[in-house]
Design a protein around this ligand. Structure first.
Ligand SMILES: O=C(O)c1ccc[n+]([C@@H]2O[C@H](COP(=O)([O-])O)[C@@H](O)[C@H]2O)c1
Ligand SMILES: Cc1cc2nc[nH]c2cc1C
Length: 340
C-alpha cells in the first residue's frame, strides 16, 4: 500500500517568512505564531493562507478490551455517544466556541446503541476490540477495513468542505492501547509510556503497566503497521490512522489532539511516510506516551493546558491560535511603512 503525499509549498513558505520578517514588529517577536503562519502558508500554497472557516471534528468511539486500566467502566463509551449527539460533551461545547462541527461515529462501541441514528453506526467495524494483553485486538482484515473506513470518513468531510480536520476519540481503556502502540513502535518499556489516563492511582497505573507489558510480550517483535494495529491497536486506532493519512493525501491540514491520535499518527506515518507534514499537534496531553509520539513525529504541541479529556477537546482550543497566525500575515502593517 503506497500513498502519494503532496509536498507543502516551499515557495509559499519562504514568501511567508519574508513577509513575517517585514511586519511591523521586532524580528521574530511573534514567536510560534510566526512558525504556524509559515506552516499554513505552505499548506495552502498562498500568503496569506486562506481563512479556516470549516473546521470539523470526527470523534471515533469504541471500546478497547483491556480491563482494569481505567478509572471508569466500559459502559461510559456508549453513554458518551449519546452525550455527543446531544451536543453536551466537552468537545461539543468547546467546538461551538470556534464554530467547528462535531461528528461522532461508532467504530467499535461494545453496545448496539439502539435508537442512535443509522449514520452514526454506518462505519461500525465490531463490538469492542480484543483485550491486547491476552489476544489480538482485531481479527484478520479488520485493521485494513477500519483504516479504509477512516480514509472514507476523511474524504466525506473534505468533500463537504472541511479545511481543517480534527480527530477526536472516545474510548474507555484507549490510553493503554495508545501506550502499547507507542512502546512497540518506538521500542520503549511499558513503565515509561503508561500514564494515569482518566485518573487511576499509582497502584492502578502499576496494573496498567503489567497489562501493557503483557501485551508487548505477547505481540513480540511485530512492526508491520497493520500487524501492529491488529495485535496491539483497536478498530478506532486503525480508523484514526486512516483519517490522518487521507487528510495528508488530500493536502488538508490535520490538528492532532491528545494521546490517542498521537499514537495513531505514529503508526499512520509508517503506513504513509511524509504524511506528518500535514499534521500539527494541538496540545500536550498529560499522558507520557503522547510526548514520545510527538517527539518521534517532530511535532511541538501548540497548547499545554494539562488537558486529558480526549474527544478532540484540546485540538479545537488551538484553532483560534491558527486563525491568529493567518491574521498576522493577512492584516499587519509593514516595518517599511513605519513612520510614513
Ligand atoms: O487525549 C488524552 O490525552 C487523554 C488522556 C486521558 C484520557 N483520555 C480520554 O479518556 C479515555 C481513556 O482513558 P482510560 O483511562 O480509560 O484509558 C478516552 O475516552 C480518552 O478520550 C484522553
Ligand atoms: C465521562 C467521560 C467523558 C470522556 N470523554 C472522553 N473520555 C471520557 C471519559 C469519561 C469517563
Amino acid at each position: 500500500m503506497t500513498f502519494t503525499i503532496p509536498l507543502p509549498d516551499e515557495t509559499a513558505y519562504a514568501a511567508a517568512r519574508t513577509r513575517l520578517d517585514g511586519l511591523v514588529k521586532p524580528l521574530g517577536a511573534l514567536g510560534r505564531l510566526e512558525d504556524l503562519a509559515a506552516w499554513l502558508s505552505a499548506a495552502h500554497g498562498s500568503v496569506p493562507p486562506r481563512e479556516l472557516t470549516d473546521v470539523r471534528v470526527v470523534v471515533f468511539a469504541g471500546d478497547h478490551g483491556v480491563s482494569g486500566c481505567s478509572a471508569y467502566p466500559r459502559e461510559v463509551t456508549a453513554a458518551m455517544v449519546r452525550v455527543f449527539l446531544a451536543g453536551k460533551s466537552g468537545v461539543s461545547v468547546l467546538a461551538g466556541l470556534v464554530g467547528a462541527q462535531v461528528r461522532v461515529l461508532d467504530i467499535a462501541v461494545d453496545d448496539d446503541l439502539e435508537g442512535v441514528p443509522a449514520e452514526v453506526l454506518a462505519h461500525k467495524i465490531r463490538r469492542g476490540s480484543g483485550s491486547i494483553d491476552v489476544e489480538d485486538a482485531l481479527a484478520p482484515g479488520e485493521a485494513l477495513r477500519a483504516f479504509e473506513a477512516g480514509r472514507a470518513i476523511a474524504d466525506e468531510e473534505i468533500d463537504a468542505g472541511a479545511d481543517l480536520l480534527i480527530p477526536g476519540d472516545m474510548g474507555i481503556g484507549n490510553t493503554a492501547v495508545a501506550a502499547a502502540l507507542v512502546a512497540a513502535r518506538l521500542g520503549l518499556p511499558a513503565d515509561e509510556v503508561v500514564g494515569t489516563g482518566t485518573g487511576i492511582d499509582e497502584a492502578g497505573r502499576q496494573r496498567k503497566v503489567a497489562v501493557v507489558s503483557a501485551a508487548l510480550a505477547r505481540a513480540g517483535a511485530v512492526q508491520e503497521p497493520f500487524a501492529l494495529l491488529t495485535a496491539l491497536g483497536s478498530a478506532c486506532a486503525a480508523a484514526t490512522a486512516g483519517f490522518l493519512v487521507q487528510g495528508a493525501v488530500r493536502g488538508v491540514p490535520v490538528l492532532l489532539d491528545g494521546v490517542f491520535s498521537g499514537a495513531a499518527a505514529v503508526v499512520a506515518r509508517e503506513i504513509a511516510p511524509g504524511a506528518e507534514r500535514w499534521w500539527l499537534a494541538g496540545h500536550r496531553s498529560t499522558e507520557p506516551s503522547q510526548a514520545f509520539a510527538l517527539k518521534a513525529l517532530g511535532l511541538e504541541p501548540i497548547l499545554d493546558f494539562g488537558l486529558r479529556l480526549g474527544e478532540g477537546s484540546g485540538a479545537v482550543q488551538a484553532v483560534p491560535t491558527l486563525r491568529a497566525a493567518r491574521a498576522i500575515l493577512a492584516d499587519m502593517g509593514l516595518l517599511a511603512d513605519l513612520g510614513s
